[in-house]
Design a binder for this molecule. Structure first.
Ligand code: UDP
Ligand code: MG
Length: 310
């Protein structure tokens, strides 16, 4: 029988876990033709997640769990999942039941049809702030315009991956990870199923605006260098305009003379040029920082224990 691994990154999810486990059992019961593995990745939780996982493991041996040595963030936790998954395919889903396990049935059917990567597309985004929704959509437009790969909006981490995708993803071991882009990067036969995002059952979302902004920068810098070209373009435009303006000032002074020292013009020019230079430096810095991190070539995560054993 084929093995299906369900990978669940958990960060402070003690309250959601019993509910999630019940749902997963229901899922496994409804799919008797597969052997299920529930693989929990404890991403350095600070609540009772570790205890919960130990209890789940004790009463259900389909449950396996990996404890990471600290909190590595939700982009790294799935990689640990890909490394430890035993399945012929793996489903990645959130611990907070925002990703309904019922949608897995449809994913499995698509997998049997021969698709390698079945992603779940949100038809609604659940309870989410208006601003966050807008910003997120605008961001995806920007990203797919500037990167050559298509990163889809309304597609999260909820997806089924065939063994071939898992093996590919395991080879992408960069430090600054933008998993959503990686799914697109690896290619393979993709299709989708639709689902409705549910509201979180318990606990709090870890994604503040600040974290989302970091992730957005990660996505851009990991998959495209076009911001560097924007900086060049901006610099080019500004120098061109300044050049024309300089000629104009020269002619004006020669022909009509210059009675007043042009303080405002001077200030505006200096401030504007300074701003553009700082912006461009910042963009270069973002990339340079990534080069710095990647050249260290460190392992992406360390494991504290597997099923409680070191
Ligand atoms: N998560 C994680 N490490 C983190 C933050 C989150 O493994 O540092 C997990 C979390 O437990 C959940 C999933 O990643 O299962 C998605 O996180 P969350 O629900 O906070 O994000 P959102 O759904 O709001 O994007
Ligand atoms: Mg969530």
């Amino acid at each position: 029988m084929k093995i299906v691994t369900v990978i669940i990154p958990c960060f402070n999810e003690a309250q959601s876990l019993p509910l999630l486990h019940a749902e997963l059992c229901r899922l496994a019961e409804a799919e008797p033709n597969y052997v299920f593995e529930f693989l929990f990745i404890n991403d350095g939780s600070r609540d009772h997640t570790a205890d919960e996982l130990r209890q789940l493991r004790a009463k259900d041996e389909r449950c396996n769990y990996v404890e990471l040595s600290r909190n590595y963030g939700k982009e790294v936790a799935p990689l640990a999942g890909f490394d430890y998954a035993k399945g012929d395919c793996a489903v990645v889903m959130d611990a907070d039941l925002q990703h309904p396990p019922q949608a897995v049935h449809a994913m499995l059917r698509k997998w049997e049809e021969g698709y390698d990567d079945v992603y779940a597309r949100r038809i609604s985004r659940g309870k989410e702030a208006w601003l966050r929704k807008r910003l997120s959509l605008a961001y995806y437009k920007l990203l797919s315009r500037s990167a050559r790969i298509d990163v889809l909006p309304n597609v999260g981490d909820f997806r089924l991956l065939d063994r071939c995708c898992l093996d590919a993803l395991r080879q992408l071991r960069e430090q600054s990870r933008y998993t959503k882009g990686m799914y697109c990067y690896i290619g393979f036969k993709k299709t989708f199923v639709d689902f409705e995002t549910q509201d979180r059952v318990a606990g709090q979302s870890s994604m503040s605006y600040r974290l989302l902004f970091r992730l957005a920068i990660e996505g851009l810098t990991a998959f495209t260098t076009s911001p560097l070209q924007w900086a060049t373009g901006l610099g080019l435009v500004v120098s061109l305009v300044s050049f024309v303006y300089a000629i104009w000032v020269g002619i004006k002074t020669l022909v009509w003379g210059e009675p007043v020292a042009g303080f405002p013009t001077l200030m505006i020019t200096i401030l504007f040029l300074g701003g553009v230079q700082l912006l461009s430096l910042g963009i270069i810095g973002e990339y340079l920082g990534r080069v710095f991190h990647e050249t260290k070539n460190r392992p992406v995560y360390f494991v504290q224990s597997y099923n409680g054993e070191r």
